[in-house]
Design a binder for this molecule. Structure first.
Ligand code: SF4
Length: 184
């Protein structure tokens, strides 16, 4: 879709969503540390985990941050031809699961970008919850689990602690158990 054209989003209930907003802490247009390749990153506002050593404690307060419309995000995502994918980070994206799911469906429909999400919850917890699962079904990979400072390592690709996993979500949903993403 050409840049500058307004986006019309229609949710499951038939509501027009172009002016719907996500509560976020910020965005990054050109990250190389939040997943493979060159990525647009959305930092969700609000997290209940409060992990010791969290890099983004400013994202914990769900009333902090600011609102951004779906149209603003889509305009940025489609304007950058160098992007390989979009990453949902935080904060906790799954606290706004229905809205992120709608946004991810639109990204998938409008681009060839892959989508990764971080979550402080485990894949098993997310897959067992209807609302969380709706978002899972729209993403390619999940980096799951809270940050555990006693498991902290600098040797992990895109993860902060050894308890976390880089999960292939479609394969995991099909298998009914977490399947680790193999790179290469
Ligand atoms: S889940 Fe992530 S954002 Fe939330 S407190 Fe833990 S490290 Fe921070």
């Amino acid at each position: 879709m050409p840049s500058g054209v307004g986006y019309i989003f229609v949710c499951r209930l038939g509501q027009i969503m172009e002016n719907l907003t996500l509560r976020i802490s910020g965005v990054t247009n050109d990250s190389i540390v939040d997943g493979p390749g060159f990525r647009y990153v959305i930092f969700a506002q609000g997290c209940e985990m409060h992990c010791e050593g969290c890099h983004n404690p400013q994202t914990w307060d769900k009333n902090g941050g600011y609102d951004i419309t779906f149209a603003e995000i889509m305009k940025s995502v489609t304007a950058n031809p160098l992007l390989d994918g979009v990453t949902l980070s935080g904060g906790e994206p799954f606290l706004q699961a229905e809205k992120f799911a709608a946004l991810c469906r639109e990204i998938k429909a409008s681009t060839t970008l892959n989508i990764i999400s971080y979550s402080g919850y485990t894949f098993e917890h997310l897959a067992a919850n209807k609302a969380y699962r709706e978002l899972l079904e729209t993403i390619d990979c999940l980096i799951d689990g809270e940050f555990m400072i006693e498991e902290k390592s600098y040797d992990l690709n895109f993860m902060g602690s050894k308890n976390q996993r880089f999960i292939d979500v479609p394969k995991s949903l099909a298998a009914g158990k977490a399947v680790i993403k193999i790179f290469g």
